[in-house]
Design a protein around this ligand. Structure first.
Ligand code: SAH
Ligand code: SF4
Ligand code: F3S
Length: 434
């Protein structure tokens, strides 16, 4: 029996796919890339922006023919889209070839749901959410792993669907996380990424803080090369965290700090709870303690009510801060979120024009930042054979920059030293040195 999982969302979504894979393998399934030979297909959905949702509907429409030819094949839809009623209804009404619908909180129930479907031959819908942050899941790689430290989000940024899909913030106890990271490190994992929608507020519900967790990991985990975390929220970035990060060697000197907008007015309307000056101060503090820190961000263009001046403020802030890289998004109104109901939505053509203006402003900065890496030697974790050239390997510097270099594929999963020899705005190229 074969399975295939489509993954549409963020790291939390990817990690859920790993957990689904683990369960399926325990049931005797093996992975395949070819959906035609799959006996079980899971669509692990995301609804952060409209295009993520449309992709899922597209794929579900396209699979209909195969399902008709092979009715015993089981189609399951899960992930964040299935955590909301309207998207679930669309699946039930328009995609009746779907067999199982489950949520993000009950992945562990999948074996039950599969057997229930097999015995009844009816659609099985189960989105009860009990929190299942378990240990021991298989990982997609054998050198790098995600570890959930919390689920949900309490921030309710006015554009964002995540709190509705993933529920309230809930942290996992420190000792459980430490144990899981220790186990993974002992099994030979070199890189671990701690996951949460806002890791900076980790532990609030338990009377702990994120820096406390980091110190506990530093004290207990001895054989790990790189510790990363995703994602941070500026409003919860404390001096203690900056201090912990600068002191603990294994923490990657990379900070992903979503800005969203450079306009204090827009930030307020997004319910982000910091001003553009607050943001700039945080960047100064980070760079004071860690001058070589790699700084990346998320930016939304064309939020409801964004004026030309607000847009220029974002560009201005980007020029001032000089990010190493950024994920940029055109604002996509998500039904059910407060901002989607606003009447002052920005017309698509203005959003696209502003998006292009932002890219034109930030790409040269990425280029300049990468140029400054020329001649430097970085520790790199080797991830894979390069997509475009099979003589080349791809990896990430500890500061999280993508780098390509010549090498034997047996090095995948190893940490090597690479000297940077050339660059583009988005990647580095280099050569391995002893
Ligand atoms: N919890 C994380 C990740 C949220 S989703 C965080 O707070 O950073 C990742 C990014 O998607 C967000 O940072 C935001 O930039 C973007 N995003 C979220 N909702 C969006 C929407 N409705 N339209 C466009 N971009 C959005
Ligand atoms: Fe969404 Fe804001 Fe929570 Fe991030 S912090 S998941 S952007 S509500
Ligand atoms: Fe992630 Fe998308 Fe859900 S970004 S939390 S998979 S809505």
């Amino acid at each position: 029996m074969k399975y295939k999982i489509f993954t549409y969302g963020c790291q939390a979504n990817e990690h859920d796919s790993e957990r689904i894979a683990y369960i399926l393998e325990k049931l005797g399934y093996t992975a395949t890339d070819d959906e035609k030979e799959a006996d079980f297909i899971a669509y692990n959905t995301c609804l952060i922006r409209e295009n993520a949702e449309l992709k899922v509907y597209g794929h579900l429409g396209a699979i209909k023919k195969l399902k008709r030819e092979k009715p015993e094949m089981i189609l399951a839809v899960c992930g964040c889209m299935m955590q909301t009623g309207p998207a679930r209804d669309v699946i039930k009404e328009k995609y009746s070839h779907v067999d199982i619908i489950f949520g993000t909180g009950n992945i562990d129930k999948l074996p039950e749901l599969i057997s229930l479907h097999k015995t009844t031959n009816q659609i099985v819908v189960d989105v009860d959410s009990y929190i299942d942050l378990d240990n021991g899941y298989i990982r997609a790689h054998d050198f790098t792993a995600y570890v959930n430290i919390m689920t949900g989000c309490d921030n309710f940024c006015t554009y964002c669907i995540v709190p509705y899909a993933r529920g309230r913030e809930k942290s996992r106890p420190i000792n459980e996380i430490v144990q899981e990271v220790k186990n993974l490190a002992n099994r030979g994992y070199k890189e671990i990424t701690l996951l949460g929608q806002n890791v900076n507020s980790y532990g609030k519900d338990l009377g702990h803080t994120f820096p406390e967790l980091l110190y506990a990991l530093d004290a207990e985990v001895k054989n790990l090369d790189i510790l990363r975390f995703m994602t941070s929220h500026p409003k919860d970035l404390s001096d203690e965290l900056i201090e912990a990060m600068s002191k603990i060697d294994m923490i990657a000197k990379h900070f992903h700090l979503p800005l969203q907008s450079g306009s204090t007015k827009v930030l307020k309307e997004m319910n982000r709870k910091y001003s553009s000056d607050d943001y700039k101060l945080l960047v100064r503090k980070l760079r004071d303690k860690m001058p070589d820190i790699c700084l990346t961000t998320d930016i939304i263009v064309g939020f409801a009510g964004e004026s030309e001046q607000d847009h220029l403020d974002t560009i201005e802030l980007c020029k001032e801060v000089e990010f190493d890289s950024a994920f940029t998004f055109i604002y996509s109104p998500r039904p059910g979120t407060p901002a989607a109901n606003r009447e002052d939505q920005i017309p698509e053509e203005i959003k696209s024009r502003r998006f292009q203006e932002l890219l034109d402003a930030i790409y040269p900065i990425f280029n300049k930042k990468n140029k400054a890496e020329l001649g430097k030697t970085h520790k790199v974790i080797v991830e894979s054979v390069s997509k475009n050239n099979d003589e080349m390997l791809s990896g990430r510097t500890f500061s999280n920059k993508l780098i390509h270099f010549k090498g034997n594929k047996e090095l995948i999963g190893e940490v090597v030293n690479v000297k940077v020899t050339s660059h583009t705005s988005f990647t580095l190229e280099g050569e391995i040195i002893d």
